[in-house]
Write a protein that binds this ligand. Sequence first.
Ligand SMILES: Cc1cc2nc3c(=O)[nH]c(=O)nc-3n(C[C@H](O)[C@H](O)[C@H](O)COP(=O)(O)O)c2cc1C
Length: 326
Amino acid sequence: MAENPIVPLRLGGLELANNLIQAPLAGFSSPPFRLLAWTFGRPGLLATEMISANALRQGSDSQERYLAKSPGEGPVMYQIWGADPGAVGFAAARVTERGAAAVDLNCGCPVRKVRAAGAGSKLLENPPLIGRLVRAMRKNTSLPLSIKIRLGPSGDHFNAVEIARIAEAEGADWLTVHGRHAREAYGTPCRHGEIRRVVEAARLPVIGNGDVRDGRGAREMFVRAGVAGAMIGRACLGAPWVFARVKAECAGGTWRPPVPAEVGEALLRHHDLLAGQLGPGLAIRQSRKLGAFYSKSLAGAREFRNRLNLCQARDELAELIRECFR
Ligand SMILES: Cc1cc2nc3c(=O)[nH]c(=O)nc-3n(C[C@H](O)[C@H](O)[C@H](O)COP(=O)(O)O)c2cc1C
């Protein structure tokens, strides 16, 4: 049998129990989400959603929410977005005080608002600025530090290797490469070969990201791209056990997917944790969004979602889950 690619990993000063990392997911990777991923799947590292450096510096309450952690969750990498070295330096210091295990700079987000601020994937057009941002973060934290990039700003401009070298020179400890360029959407498959080019040219450890949802996908990432670790994003949505699945399948075992009642219980638990963090009103709204993911493979998913959208309170949600997840 092929060797198991899931192994412990050292990143900067961080000793991770395994080389699977939960991806930052805006609108999702809240403390409850991370606690469930940790409880069900024990990835080596968890991640916040992206946190605005400018908003943090301005003392915005909404960003404070992103700094919270759940008691009992594992090590958390805090991801910062911004394009102003002063602000990202400030943010790096702030998340360090708040108990981050590592700090990451977002250099891959394609969302218009983020790019308009010169941040996220827009930074790929300006590698020297990435260097200044990493330097500012390095000055303000002694935590392990990484950047998360895409392959380049566009299909005819692959500059991930140049960026890797700059980040390394400014004190980054590793980089995560999402195997698409900035203009590519999820319809284009992840380019393992181009991630490998970064792995081969960079001295820093490289984490590969893109399209990993099971053991086969993880193995493909490790074998084709030659990465030190794999980051998993969308496959965690509604499936906090994805890391357990990947581990079991990579070890050559079989994975027993949770039965519908277990999936329903996880959704209700997710809701209850959110209610503890955000209060009942916001929690029920978020649970409507989450329910769509948890019900992905449910027979009668459409009816469940239609009724979920009408749920106003926990009791109704609990009853609906009891009825539908059997
Ligand atoms: C809903 C959603 C939110 C995301 N938010 C972030 C984010 O805050 N920061 C980031 O670096 N990437 C973000 N991403 C990108 C993912 O981290 C990841 O790079 C991408 O989904 C590819 O990995 P996957 O194929 O495993 O999903 C987001 C993706 C999705 C679908």
